[in-house]
Write a protein of this length. Structure first.
Ligand code: AP5
Ligand code: MG
Length: 216
């Protein structure tokens, strides 16, 4: 059987990307983020990117058809055989059902909810800056870079995501509550849901995740 498929669930700003990066570095499993892949397509101006851009900029979900296409292409690549982490997918019940059909009984799946209160989320998102070069994530309120606008690790430029403006953040939280929140019950009923409190320091959250998922 192929390695474990870890589904990271949680509202925008919960720390899915932050934790996925840590897990990926420590346990050498690919980090598959639909948000990152879509943003790359937008940056490269591909046809798919052009189709996704409007929905992303306004905080809405990109169509299931586009998202399923990129996920299918990614999770069956050989580097995912030893396991992989899905960050930002599935995002509604229909995507969850499609994922189930896609992988069949071939893979062990676990869904991990990173839980954080809404008031913290807004500050995390509006303060977030990403390195264009190496993908490192900073927050101007909680974890600022040493030099404003520059990555500590590689010196790359730090940018704000277009959808981290306050009005779009509010929309993303609404979309999460309406479409993605039902997945908690869905995975609970499948018997594969685990939860972790995501409001603590990122390193503490990481340790909890390692324990909960029994990662080795
Ligand atoms: P996506 O990129 O998935 O965004 P999201 O779910 O809104 O999640 P974020 O990336 O904002 O939050 P995160 O949980 O990864 O937090 P992070 O670690 O960065 O999706 C973007 C868009 O793409 C969607 O709106 C949609 O349009 C489209 N899309 C993507 N997938 C789709 C799908 N499956 N179907 C349809 N459409 C799709 O952390 C956030 C901030 O908090 C950072 O500044 C970080 O430094 C800080 N932080 C993190 N952890 C901590 C901590 N423990 N303590 C203090 N600060 C912390
Ligand atoms: Mg993310």
């Amino acid at each position: 059987m192929a390695g474990k498929l870890i589904i990271l669930l949680g509202p925008p700003g919960a720390g899915k990307g932050t934790q996925a990066k840590k897990i990926s570095e420590k346990f050498k499993i690919p980090h598959v983020s639909t948000g990152d892949m879509l943003r790359e397509a937008v940056r490269n101006g591909t046809e798919l990117g052009l189709k996704a851009k409007a929905a992303m900029d306004s905080g809405k979900l990109v169509s299931d058809e586009i998202v399923l296409g990129i996920v299918k292409e990614r999770i069956f690549r050989s580097d995912c055989e030893k396991g992989c982490m899905l960050d930002g997918f599935p995002r509604n019940i229909s995507q969850a059902e499609s994922l189930k059909n896609m992988v069949g009984n071939d893979r062990e799946m676990v869904a991990l909810l990173i839980d954080v209160d809404k008031d913290i989320l807004i500050k995390r998102l509006t303060g977030r800056r990403n390195c264009l070069k190496c993908g490192a994530i900073y927050n101007v309120y909680f974890s600022p870079p040493r030099v404003e606008g520059k990555c500590d690790r590689c010196g790359g430029d730090l940018v704000q995501r277009d959808d981290d403006r306050e009005d779009v953040v509010k929309k993303r939280l609404e979309v999460y509550e309406k479409n993605t929140l039902p997945l908690i019950e869905y995975y609970e009923s499948e018997g594969i849901l685990k939860k972790v409190d995501g409001s603590m320091d990122p390193d503490v959250v990481f340790e909890k995740i390692v324990q909960k998922l029994d990662l080795k």
